[in-house]
Ligand binder design. Structure first.
Ligand SMILES: Cc1cc2nc3c(=O)[nH]c(=O)nc-3n(C[C@H](O)[C@H](O)[C@H](O)COP(=O)(O)OP(=O)(O)OC[C@H]3O[C@@H](n4cnc5c(N)ncnc54)[C@H](O)[C@@H]3O)c2cc1C
Length: 370
């Protein structure tokens, strides 16, 4: 019997998981422009510590036993076809959209070849070693975590964080206790906060490039540094949807899904991970759980059954390491209240190995990936 054709678009946490789960029962094609898997949880540590590169960049070679990986970007996706160019496409019985989000360097990379991305990180670390001042624009979770990595690795470095909001971690999901604890630890390490002020103009150099510059906020605060990072601009990657599938795309780029992970209005198209509109804190772990729900439903449909597996949004959990030994985390309790834990627990939760273990197991095709 011919196996159904499944095209998974995007080989991050969600896409790699769903592709592996379906590899035995279907003819799986994973479409991913990068020649490697990026473990995003570790990229900020890698920005300061070269020994971390091996935890961030992983080969996809052992992920699938039967299926194949097409190293390309999907440019136009319709309910039964994924197109690369006007003349090159793959037909599919099921499509799983797992294209996640893009984010400025160094949190995520646009480089498609691992060696190019690693070279960029090498140059970044060399530049940081010479710098005396770094400016981070954006006091969201990426900006805060990056500041923690910088001051841990380069204790004399003057790090300034600017944000237009009057508090760090401005989004509603963060509690005041979490903000206070992170500001306390970063303040002790010498990080300066310029909050409630907007930069009058952006630094006249590229992100990450070493060059003396001076900027001023509209309130007149002057900041001098040699390197700056943009810590804002998370963008859902879903521009490739055709007019039909585009009906399920929200104004912010998220794709609307049913609890079964099916795209609203399309039985054979699924969307998992950061790219969909499930209302919860977006995390690698939840992306992988969603991927398993989608895979179970597709397996059921292949056997002629209804897709009855449903994903229930998970309680929020925000783990924010500040280097390997610092940080704070916010854990949602079953009654909906929040508990904030400090540096020691955060290091235990994520800080030491930044969750690299489960990823290695997934990509080596070992059974117990988390
Ligand atoms: C700095 C940082 C730290 C984080 N730390 C944690 C953490 O500690 N714990 C945690 O749980 N989560 C963490 N997250 C969040 C986590 O990384 C995301 O939730 C996770 O990456 C979502 O996985 P995904 O598979 O949906 O998308 P992604 O990981 O974004 O993968 C999407 C993939 O799709 C590919 N793609 C994009 N467009 C196309 C296209 N047109 N065609 C084909 N392929 C395409 C991309 O190349 C990419 O490989 C962190 C995120 C960042 C940025």
């Amino acid at each position: 019997m011919t196996k159904p054709r499944i095209v998974v678009v995007g080989g991050g946490y969600a896409g790699a998981t769903v592709a592996r789960e379906l590899d035995e029962v279907a003819d799986v094609t994973l479409v991913e422009p990068k020649d490697h898997f990026v473990h995003a949880s570790g990229t900020l540590r890698s920005t300061v510590d070269a020994s971390w590169d091996k935890h961030v960049f992983h080969s996809l070679d052992n992920l699938l036993i039967n299926g194949r990986i097409v190293q390309d970007s999907a440019r136009l996706v319709s309910p039964r076809k994924v197109m690369f160019t006007a003349t090159s496409s793959i037909d599919a019985d099921y499509i799983v959209l797992a294209t996640g989000t893009s984010y400025p360097f160094p949190a995520k990379f646009i480089e498609e070849r691992a060696w190019v991305a690693r070279s960029r990180l090498d140059r970044q670390r060399e530049a940081l070693a010479q710098a005396s001042g770094v400016l981070i624009v954006g006091a969201g979770p990426v900006g805060i975590e990056l500041a923690g990595e910088l001051v841990h690795a380069f204790p004399g470095l003057k790090v300034t964080i600017v944000d237009r909001n009057t508090e760090i971690l401005h989004a509603e999901e963060y509690t005041p206790e979490l903000r206070e604890e992170l500001m306390r630890q970063l303040g002790l390490a010498g990080v300066e906060f310029v909050l409630g002020e907007v930069l009058g103009y952006m630094p006249p150099v590229d992100v990450g490039v070493f060059e003396d510059f001076k900027v001023a906020t509209s309130a007149g605060t002057e900041i001098s540094a040699q390197i700056w990072f943009r810590a804002y601009g998370n963008k859902q990657e879903s521009d490739y949807l055709d007019a039909q599938l585009g009906a399920a795309r929200r104004h912010d780029g998220r794709i609307r899904v049913e609890p079964t992970m099916q795209v609203v209005g399309f039985d054979n198209v699924f969307a998992v991970g950061d790219v969909n509109d499930v209302a919860e804190t977006k995390r690698a772990h939840t992306a992988m759980v969603q991927a398993r729900v989608a895979a179970k439903n597709i397996k059921a449909m292949i056997q002629g059954q209804e897709p009855t597996f449903r994903y229930m949004p998970r309680p929020g959990r925000i783990i924010l390491p500040l280097g390997p030994t610092g940080g704070a985390s916010q854990i949602e309790l079953p009654d909906g209240s929040h508990k904030v834990v400090g540096a020691h627990e955060t290091a235990e939760l994520k800080g030491h190995d930044l969750m690299a273990g489960p990823i290695v197991r997934l990509l080596r095709n070992e059974e117990s990936a988390a």
